[in-house]
Design a protein around this ligand. Structure first.
Ligand code: AMP
Ligand code: ZN
Length: 136
């Protein structure tokens, strides 16, 4: 399969691996958005969050705190962001992965939610709630 992360798992291309267990692998993101920027992936090739089966989800998310704790211990960041991009244009590698991004003072990263609360009335919240509940 022509998947760059599968090739990292198989060892066909190199990566700076930091953690590995039976089901997951963590390695440094080549862009180092901040110092210590790490990707955590399942060894099973799964395209993205929508394709994740329960066992793979359990295995991968179980490893998140472990890597987060290591980043906190290693770099003493002031914070840590966890990001997962799904589908184009935000997802560029189509093997599920979780970004762990340590945060530092003035690190230049822009990862912030926007407060649109003033644009939403109670009726809007009720409609949104109903749409999600119906879809589940
Ligand atoms: P996303 O945009 O969420 O799909 O992120 C994919 C990430 O994979 C990007 O941050 C890339 O820098 C990273 N990436 C792509 N190829 C490699 C590689 N060979 N080694 C390490 N990181 C990579
Ligand atoms: Zn893959």
């Amino acid at each position: 399969m022509d998947c760059i992360f599968c090739k990292i798992i198989s060892g066909d291309i190199p990566a700076y691996k930091v953690y590995e267990d039976e089901h997951t692998l963590a390695f440094l993101d080549i862009t180092q958005g901040t110092r210590g920027h790490t990707l955590l992936i399942p060894k099973k090739h799964v395209k993205n969050i929508y394709a994740l089966d329960d066992d793979t989800a359990s295995n991968i998310f179980k490893a998140v705190p472990k890597v987060a704790q290591a980043l906190k211990k290693a770099f003493t960041p002031i914070g840590l962001n966890i990001i997962n991009n799904n589908d184009k244009p935000h997802q560029s590698v189509f093997h599920f992965h979780i970004h762990l991004i340590p945060r530092y003072e003035n690190d230049g990263m822009v990862l912030k939610t926007i407060n649109h609360q003033d644009d939403y009335k109670k009726q809007d919240f009720l409609e949104i709630q109903a749409a999600i509940k119906q879809a589940l």
